[in-house]
Design a protein around this ligand. Structure first.
Ligand SMILES: Cc1cc2nc3c(=O)[nH]c(=O)nc-3n(C[C@H](O)[C@H](O)[C@H](O)COP(=O)(O)OP(=O)(O)OC[C@H]3O[C@@H](n4cnc5c(N)ncnc54)[C@H](O)[C@@H]3O)c2cc1C
Length: 564
């Protein structure tokens, strides 16, 4: 039986995440353009955990997570891909995508990040060309003046750094003592320093996802916009080299949706996979799907980027703990490694008032450090069974390894200073072990078990710091780690993780660049009627959390489409 058929639409957007919601709202502003937004996950109102200013439970929201997404993270220079373990890797699934479950950080990155995109062949991209779109998307509740937006759909605000936990104030004081200056605005001039974190929270300290901000009731009511949730696109259909439709599994079964133009906004893991499954990508990868090759683009799925990250924790006495469910990272430090080749502000340390949502996490403070401008590159491949093979190869570039090791030493130093001031116990290294992951999900069982362990810590008195290290530590003695480079290397191999900033897998570049996938307007090189517009198109990773850069990218590409 032939599949049901619908459309034609002028534009079909695949994926209703950070980029897809922006695209759908902006492209349907012109009433003559018929737009369809297809989203694999549900269209559901945000839960209390998703609205909360503390995002540590939203990460695990089962209704809106892609089930079974796993990735290999570090250790790529030592082992082959078959023996390195995989770990769960969160990705949003549902209207709003990852913006509905993310950590709420709302920052832009360095001007140089976007100037570099232009230099690398992404025509039209520079700080000057992106700034109007950062302004357009945001409604800054604290800062006014030229760099900031006042009327956009996404609120940005900052907590008061004086009104935070004793631990965070103690670590910040240690940084100030070491000569680090306070700065007012993470989205202001690009400088090192301590910043109150910029967050995607509104006047009531509630999350506003891309779906909430952009797909308002009046946008949804537009007769030229169709939003189809629970509709997973399985393939793009081509007539010769022109994209003409997508095939999807929807609530009513398999459906063909015709389009003048298709825009992939399925995220940095699933946009390249869809291209590969549809005949656009490296020849041998495409061959596995038995489809007609459409365009040989070797870069599809390559250049997988992330921010390699590591945590250092310490036990918190009762008086130094976070008082309630406010955001767990009131303050961040941007700093420069000053290593050869490294730009200023190439490192980021979050000073975390609590390490996790549960009672053990509430008794641990943490410095979580990442390489803000990383060089390591991984790869993503679609698998014939419908899954993905994701290998980030974190720290495969020695420049990232050297900087993350510096981050471990710096965090140990800061926490030791804070311990001396009595706001925490002695520091210890942590990692996302299988046990830590088991207690990650906010279930009643996990609450009960960690609640008992937390009570035990409170009763342990002077033994609490050692006991908390036994419960949550990575099992490596800190002096060994700091004084032995081989141990540091081995630790980084097993403990380095990402921060869910997957990007770069369909990167923009010049048509003459064999590894470029899209041009500067997101058009896939070598085919017609097909664009990519999401975190995949980034040529390099910005020195920022990625939600704002993704929404800026969608604002800019939507504007290019509307002007053409
Ligand atoms: C747990 C977590 C925490 C994070 N913390 C922060 C933070 O604090 N600050 C920050 O700035 N960034 C953060 N990020 C990163 C940021 O949220 C993402 O980089 C950004 O949302 C990516 O936007 P996107 O549009 O590329 O993809 P997504 O927002 O992931 O959207 C992709 C959408 O496409 C849909 N889709 C995929 N395949 C198909 C298909 N075949 N058919 C139909 N639909 C499909 C998905 O269901 C999803 O809704 C975090 C991300 C995660 C996951």
């Amino acid at each position: 039986m032939a599949p049901a058929r619908t459309g034609p639409f002028d534009i079909v957007i695949v994926g209703g995440g950070s980029a897809g919601c922006v695209l759908a709202a902006r492209l349907s502003e012109q009433p003559s353009r018929r737009v369809a937004l297809l989203e694999a996950g549900p269209d559901v109102p945000p839960s209390a955990d998703q609205l909360s200013a503390y995002p540590g439970r939203a990460y695990f929201e089962p209704r809106t997570l892609w089930p079974g997404t796993v990735a290999r993270l570090g250790g790529a220079h030592r082992n082959d891909t078959t023996t390195r373990p995989t770990a769960p890797y969160a990705q949003g699934r549902g209207l709003g995508g990852s913006s509905a479950i993310n950590g709420l950080g709302a920052n832009r990155g360095a001007p140089e990040d976007y100037d570099a995109w232009g230099r690398l062949g992404a025509e039209g991209w520079s700080w000057e060309s992106v700034l109007p779109y950062f302004r357009k998307l945001e409604r800054d509740l604290d800062r006014t003046g030229p760099p900031h937006g006042a009327g956009g759909p996404i609120p940005v605000r900052r907590p008061d750094p004086a009104d935070t936990s004793g631990f965070v104030r103690g670590v910040a004081a240690a940084a100030v003592e070491a000569g680090v200056p306070w700065r007012a605005d993470q989205n202001g001039p690009w400088q090192d320093g301590l910043f109150p974190i910029a967050l995607n929270l509104d006047e009531d300290w509630q999350r506003v996802s891309a779906a909430q901000g952009y797909l308002t009731a009046s946008v949804r009511a537009r007769p030229n916009l169709s939003i189809l949730s629970q509709t997973e696109v399985t393939r793009i259909l081509f007539d010769c080299s022109r994209a003409v439709a997508v095939m999807a599994r929807g609530p009513g079964g398999v459906v063909r949706i015709d389009a003048e133009e298709v825009i992939l906004a399925a995220g940095a893991l699933r946009s390249p996979a869809l291209l590969q499954r549809s005949g656009v990508g490296p020849g041998p990868v495409v061959a596995a799907f038995g489809v007609q090759p459409v365009a040989e683009r070797r870069g599809v799925g390559e250049n997988l980027l992330e921010h390699p990250s590591i945590g250092m924790a310490a036990y918190l006495p009762r008086a130094a703990r976070a008082p309630d469910d406010r955001h767990h990272i009131p303050v961040i430090e941007r700093w420069s490694s000053n290593l050869p080749d490294a730009p200023s502000g190439d490192m980021h340390s979050a000073i975390m008032a609590r390490a996790a949502w549960h009672p053990i996490g509430a008794r641990l403070g943490m410095i979580f450090t990442w390489v803000n401008q990383s060089h390591s590159r991984g790869v993503v491949r679609a698998l014939p069974d419908g899954g993905l093979d994701v290998d980030f190869r974190l720290l495969s570039d020695p420049r990232d390894r050297a900087r993350l090791a510096q981050g471990v030493r710096r965090a140990a130093e800061r926490l030791s200073q804070a311990a001396g001031a009595g706001v925490c116990g002695r520091p210890f290294a942590v990692m996302a072990s299988a046990r830590a992951r088991r207690f990650g999900a906010p279930t009643l069982r996990n609450l009960a078990v960690t609640g008992m362990a937390g009570a035990l810590l409170d009763l342990a008195g002077p033994m609490a710091p050692g006991l908390s290290e036994r419960m949550a530590g990575a099992g490596v003695a800190l002096p060994d780690l700091l004084n032995n480079s081989a141990r540091m290397d081995a630790f980084l191999d097993i403990a380095t993780t990402g921060v869910w900033h997957a990007s770069g897998t369909c990167r923009m570049g010049a048509a003459s660049d064999p590894m470029a996938v899209c041009d500067g307007a997101g058009r896939v090189i070598g085919v017609e009627g097909l664009r990519v517009c999401d975190a995949s198109v980034f040529p390099t990773i910005p020195c920022a959390n990625l939600n704002l850069p993704v929404m800026m990218t969608a604002e800019r590409i939507a504007s290019l489409i509307c002007q053409s």
